[in-house]
Design a protein around this ligand. Structure first.
Ligand code: S3P
Length: 165
């Protein structure tokens, strides 16, 4: 069993992955953490600042592809994974892709540590990015969860129920 969580920054991917991992005993893999290790940097901001977004995207794509054969895990991706060519469509059938959807206003409300989100520094630009990504998330997912009115625990319950069916 492999679960891949996708969605915009602040959608709750990391929080959901942590609790879902406790509940299901599937290993939680945080893609951004692996990128930090590989880049030998302390923060996503530093990678963007010192190496640039293209470098970040290359690592993101390579590491995601390296995880192809991993199993019994929940991969919490970064919000931009869907912009990386066709990496996600390769996963259809290999894992369950779950899109945690939320309105932009909710995302803004929920977003903690916005300082370490280089692509969320300007709210207007973040909104444009959000709008341009929605279609990609929808296209590259198996399951959509509308998280607008759900707590993290409720999202986890919903996923757990889906997995049991
Ligand atoms: C990004 C999302 C971030 C992180 C990087 C780029 C994006 O991850 O990978 O700042 O392009 O949307 P989260 O979605 O976990 O915030």
């Amino acid at each position: 069993m492999k679960i891949i969580l996708i969605g915009f920054m602040g959608a709750g991917k990391t929080s959901v992955a942590k609790i879902l991992s406790d509940k299901t005993k599937l290993e939680h893999i945080e893609l951004d953490e692996l990128i930090l290790k590989r880049a030998q940097q302390n923060s996503i901001n530093d990678i963007f600042k010192l190496k640039g977004e293209i470098y970040f995207r290359e690592l993101e794509q390579n590491i995601f592809i390296e995880l192809h054969n991993s199993d019994n895990c929940i991969i919490s991706t970064g919000g931009g994974i869907v912009t990386n060519g066709n990496t996600l469509s390769e996963y259809k059938g290999n894992g369950k892709v779950i899109f945690l959807n939320a309105d932009f206003l909710k995302i803004k409300e929920r977003l903690e540590d916005a300082d370490n989100r280089p692509l969320f520094q300007n709210i207007n630009e973040a909104l444009i990015l959000f709008n341009s990504r929605q279609e990609l998330y929808l296209k590259n997912t198996d399951i959509i969860i509308d998280t607008n009115n759900l707590s993290v625990e409720e999202v986890v319950l919903e996923i757990d129920n889906i997995l049991k069916v």
